[in-house]
Design a protein around this ligand. Structure first.
Ligand code: G3I
Length: 363
């Protein structure tokens, strides 16, 4: 939808430009002069780089990416210009990396690491242990073999990128939406200790990496957020090498945790000595009232406010969008057609981009 909107704006601007040119040619001032055409913003590739503003604010600004899109010039150019942090949206998960026991495929992950290194970007590996994107052979293992498989998978993946991947989402979404631990095959067969063992295996493979627990629906305050807080506190009390928490921030505009609650949650996690990151942000506007420009304005304010919460919290060191262009977002397939990201399908900067820019600039 945004691309169509963009096309309409372009045609109108061209028509206005032609009219004002023709009016100028008349020279006699005859007839009404065409209004000055609204300048269409330069393509995203020419906007001031977000990564410069992020660096000035002491944060990383990131996007989840897939290696298959890097061959698209505008995708690669926009990504490299605006972001200094990338997360593998899919290609570092268990299923794509070890589909069969001991048989690894790192092609996608390597391509992401190579691109990041060439563009001075830091990397977040995602995700070592998650109940989704998990090969069937893993879930079928008996407890003792499952423990060994987890340790060898983590050792193989993390050691391959030792010193190159600065941050790992070690465990993803282990807390149930209703609170308590999610009833995954890991919990069923290994008990809560699986989390500690995963973090310790990752630390052994790369002691220099920041190891993160990542989840959704725990961005503000409430039962699930309280249980994430209690979980990471238990891990810390046991001396587990956990260094951060990821707040995924998959939100619907005007229907999300309050700024105050998100700030309070970030603050209490920071008080544990943990680093916080907004790890998978996208802002759905499908259900926001008004025409597209009104909905994009609401989205701009949401991006500005949420990124501003991170820049205002010393413990928050990074914001990552889950994708960066509406051309490629998981949202459309999961929630239905939407425009959840800062760049539109043609890589033009949306109002949300300028909301992010304002937040990073402290405006
Ligand atoms: O790359 C293969 C392609 O080669 C194959 O032809 C195609 C058809 O099967 O599948 C492609 O893989 C898909 C992959 O996305 C890349 O597009 C997988 O099937 C599909 O399951 C996978 O979905 C990802 C999903 O996690 C499950 O791993 C989404 O892209 C990704 O946005 C989503 O991200 C999750 C986070 O990891 C955790 N937090 C929630 C978030 C949204 O669900």
């Amino acid at each position: 939808m945004a691309a169509a909107h963009g096309a309409v704006v372009t045609r109108r601007a061209a028509a206005l430009a032609l009219l004002s040119f023709l009016a100028g040619c008349g020279g006699s001032g005859s007839g009404p002069t065409a209004p000055t055409p609204t300048p269409t913003p330069p393509p995203a590739a020419e906007q001031d780089p977000l990564r410069a503003d992020a660096e000035a604010s002491g944060r990383l600004i990131g996007a989840a990416i897939q290696s298959r899109y890097l061959a698209e010039p505008l995708y690669a150019r926009t990504l490299a210009r605006h972001f200094d942090y990338v997360t593998a949206e899919y290609e570092m998960k268990w299923d794509p990396t070890e589909r069969q026991p001991g048989v690894f495929d790192f092609a996608g992950a390597d391509a992401i690491v190579t691109f990041a290194a060439a563009n001075r970007m830091q990397i977040k590996g995602h995700a070592l242990l998650w109940h989704q994107a998990l090969p069937g052979w893993v879930a079928a293992l008996p407890a003792n073999e499952l423990q060994a498989a987890i340790e060898s998978h983590i050792a193989a993946v993390v050691s391959r990128y030792r010193g190159q991947i600065a941050v790992w989402d070690v465990v993803n979404e282990a807390v149930a939406d209703s609170g308590g631990l999610r009833d995954t095959v890991f919990l069923q067969k290994l008990g809560e200790g699986y989390l500690e063992q995963a973090f310790r295996a990752a630390h052994a493979a790369d002691p220099g990496a920041l190891l993160v627990y990542n989840d959704y629906g725990s961005e503000g305050l409430g039962r699930k957020s309280d249980d994430v807080y209690a979980l990471v506190r238990r891990l810390l009390d046991r001396g587990v090498p956990i260094g951060g928490v990821g707040l995924q921030m998959h939100v619907a505009a005007q229907n999300r945790p309050s700024n105050a609650d998100i700030a309070a949650n970030m603050r209490r996690l920071g008080a544990l000595g943990l680093r916080v990151n907004v790890s998978e942000m996208d802002v759905r506007i499908r259900n926001v009232a008004g025409d597209l420009s009104a909905r994009l304005e609401v989205q701009r304010r949401e991006y500005r406010d949420i990124v501003g919460l991170c820049t205002a919290e010393p413990a928050c060191h990074a914001v990552t969008f889950w994708g960066f262009t509406d051309r490629y977002s998981w949202i459309d397939g999961f929630f239905g057609p939407d425009d959840p990201l800062p760049f539109d399908e043609s890589y033009a900067a949306k109002p949300a981009f300028f909301g992010v820019q304002d937040a990073l600039r402290g405006r």
